[in-house]
Design a protein around this ligand. Structure first.
Ligand code: GLA
Ligand code: ZN
Length: 679
């Protein structure tokens, strides 16, 4: 449990008193208490202040602030300050700065800017973590460690190149094996010496393509470089973690993740983290279902263990093109959306708004005006009081989903650097279509990694499972033959973990399980569509649906054909099949359908497996989840609409934990409001 030392939903966020003169500190604390804030994240970017030169460490400000917060009942999420290195370090030890994608050696500037394989960065960051741990190990305010900040980005320097070669040796043993798995016989790329291998970047194998893609000549090299950079940054995390644990073995350690952040394989990261925490910054037009999927993805990183909402803005952001205010009620609603999906903390960036540099127009609990008489402050204080009243009731409660969606970083990387058949295929966007259909139907879903245990799910969705890593096909076969239902789609089963095609017919190792053979893959121009035409017996509200982007031309090898293509030279070939395999069934959807198809089909598939919506007949724009604890179920009903809705709750009276009202039958839920109903 995250909140052992302070058993309630933690409420607070990033606080940067190091950017302010002292007289304001007492004013801050006064207002934190007014807002019900009980956790502050300190020291995120204070390395320069803590260590003004190589020899000097000065934590005076932090000592004073930790004491002051503690004296006022506020706990601390203590960062290690290593998310941005100090200027003296960059000047004295140039290896700490990165080389970018275009091969340019970076100068001092920005943040999250340190080379993960820089010996000096590692030395100084670990030393800093250790100093902090030694100093604050017995401080009563210390609740949790926050290592660095939003790890990310890649480096292409010579130290990284050397470390990459070591990483490759460890993974593949010999250079012959590297040549084999990367298929370097192509274009005469054979490597004769480890030194021949250089990072794939804008000055070697890669370039920036359309649709935000990074293209590459050699998928094998590029995939391994991503794995290696993700591992390198993770090593930095682990080194700091180990230094902290030496002195504070019982204080949990985390770092703030960023949802579907492409550069880092968070499934691997989460195994090294005590607690998952993440920063949620939807834009004003981000679908609610997308935010929900991100929460579920973050919850899935550690088998459903609750996570921390480490950051969100109280109202406005600064880094999006258009930074709309959160409308009245929205901050509270989105905070509870996180709680509804497994967050045991609600925290902000930032508690007081800075006055200079690029985040001065980023929302804060305390705005530039400096007092508490603002809309944003009032809303924050309102939520603070509610979270206080909720106490520990929801802490450590779990989700109970019967449907899982598989999400895999390697697969994501490989799909979006595949060089054909289409640049339109975007992994997360495609997954979100499946998620959104279930979200609309109020069916609970877990988003989990391909390595996760799937035996407890009735349905597993694996859209575009392009890369099938060792053991995965066998695992899926065992799952289906044991009675599970698997749904996978076009462009699945094509390659192994090195992006080498599995020969002998697509979908490779999934062919037997799916009972089909995909002979060809058509890529449609954006202006072109095909149709999914249902065979009789496949009962959906419509007889046919639109589809496009990619169309696999498949033959049944035993699978039952549920729908066929309506157009083009492959008209009449299967578009949707199901194969009975052991006690279960394996579905193959051969093309990318219009959303309505999934909205119609997936809830029916769920129903046929006895999976019901969490709330029958919920109006549009109403999101529901259930968190379960000690035999009690907490049904969250969130109304994302501006207008009130009428919700049918059934005859059993239920009590709303927030408003305290007892409800039954149909009840009106105001716009942008919610209930947490105990049942
Ligand atoms: C991230 C960072 C914060 C801050 C916010 C602004 O989440 O971790 O330091 O820059 O973004 O939205
Ligand atoms: Zn580097």
């Amino acid at each position: 449990m995250i909140n052992k030392k302070k058993p309630k939903i933690w409420y607070g966020g990033d606080y940067n008193p190091d950017q302010w003169e002292k007289p304001i500190w007492d004013e801050d604390v006064r207002m934190f208490k007014l807002a019900g804030i009980d956790v502050a994240t300190l020291n995120v970017f204070a390395w320069a202040k803590n260590q003004p030169n190589e020899e000097t460490y000065d934590f005076g400000w932090l000592d004073e602030m930790m004491d002051k917060l503690h004296a006022n009942g506020i706990g601390v999420c203590l960062a290690t300050s290593t998310g941005a290195h100090p200027a003296w370090m960059a000047r004295k030890y140039p290896d700490v700065t990165r080389v970018d994608f275009d091969g340019r050696k970076r100068k001092f500037g920005g943040r999250h800017n340190s080379c993960p394989n820089s010996p000096n960065y590692r030395l100084f960051s670990v030393r800093m973590a250790e100093k902090l741990a030694e100093r604050y190990k017995d401080h009563p305010a210390l609740l949790i460690w926050h290592v660095s900040n939003e790890y990310g980005g890649y480096c292409y320097c010579d130290n990284c190149a050397a470390a990459f070669r070591v990483w490759l040796r460890k993974r593949y043993g010999t250079l012959d094996e590297v040549n084999r798995v990367w298929n370097t016989a192509f274009w005469g790329h054979t490597f004769y010496d480890w030194e021949d291998i250089v990072p794939p970047s804008g000055i070697s194998e890669e370039w920036r393509g359309a649709n935000g893609r990074t293209e590459t000549n050699f998928q094998g090299i590029s995939l391994d470089y991503r794995r290696f950079q993700s591992d390198s940054l993770l090593e930095c995390y682990e080194l700091e973690n180990d230094a902290l644990k030496k002195h504070t073995p019982d204080i949990p350690v985390t770092t703030n993740l960023m949802g579907a952040y492409k550069e880092l394989d968070y499934h691997k990261w989460a195994r090294k983290m005590d607690v998952v925490s993440w920063d949620n910054y939807p834009a004003a037009d981000t679908p609610f279902s997308y935010t929900a999927m991100m929460h579920d993805l973050m919850r899935g990183l550690k088998e459903g263990q609750p996570f921390m909402l480490m950051e969100q803005t109280p109202s406005q952001q600064n880094w999006q093109p258009y930074n709309a205010l959160k409308r009245p009620g929205v901050m509270k609603l989105w905070s509870y959306q996180a709680v509804a999906r497994g967050a045991d903390t609600v925290m902000f960036f930032q508690l007081r708004r800075s006055i200079g540099a690029c985040e001065k127009y980023h929302g804060a609990v305390i705005e530039h005006v400096g007092h508490e008489h603002t809309r944003v402050f009032r809303e924050c204080a309102g939520l603070g009081a509610e979270l206080h009243a909720l106490g520990d009731r929801l802490l450590d409660s779990r989700f109970d989903a019967k449907v899982a969606i598989l999400f895999d970083w390697d697969n994501w990387w490989a799909i979006e650097m595949s060089s054909g058949p289409t640049i339109e295929l975007q992994y997360v966007k495609e997954l979100h279509k499946y998620y959104a259909a279930l979200y609309k139907a109020n069916i609970a879903v877990d988003v989990i990694g391909v390595d996760a245990d799937i035996s407890g799910y009735d349905i597993v969705l694996a859209p575009v499972l392009y890369m099938v890593k060792p053991g995965i096909a066998e695992k899926l076969e065992a799952y289906v033959s044991g009675g599970g239902a698997l749904v996978t789609t076009f462009f699945s089963g094509i390659v192994d973990e090195n992006d080498r095609v599995v020969t002998g017919g697509y979908p490779g190792k999934l062919r037997k399980l799916l009972g089909i053979w995909a002979e060809e893959i058509d890529a449609l121009l954006p202006s072109k569509r095909n149709r999914i035409v249902l065979n009789s017996g496949a009962e959906l509200p419509r007889a046919e649906y639109d589809c496009g982007m990619l169309c696999d031309l498949i033959h049944s090898e035993g699978a039952e054909i549920k729908a066929v293509y309506g157009d083009d030279f492959y008209r009449g070939m299967p578009a949707l099949t199901v194969n009975r395999f052991g006690d279960g069934e394996a579905w193959y959807l051969a093309t990318s359908p219009e959303q309505q198809f999934l909205d119609d089909w997936l809830p029916r598939l769920c129903a046929s497996h006895g999976i019901a919506p969490l709330l029958e007949g919920a109006p549009d724009g109403v999101e529901t989840t259930v968190r379960v604890k000690d035999g009690a179920e907490y049904l969250f009903v969130l109304n994302h609409n501006e207008a009130p809705v009428t919700v049918t709750l059934g005859n059993e009276p239920v009590t709303d934990l927030i408003g305290g009202r007892t409800l039954s039958g149909s009840a009106e839920l105001p716009g942008r409001d919610l209930w947490i109903l105990r049942r």
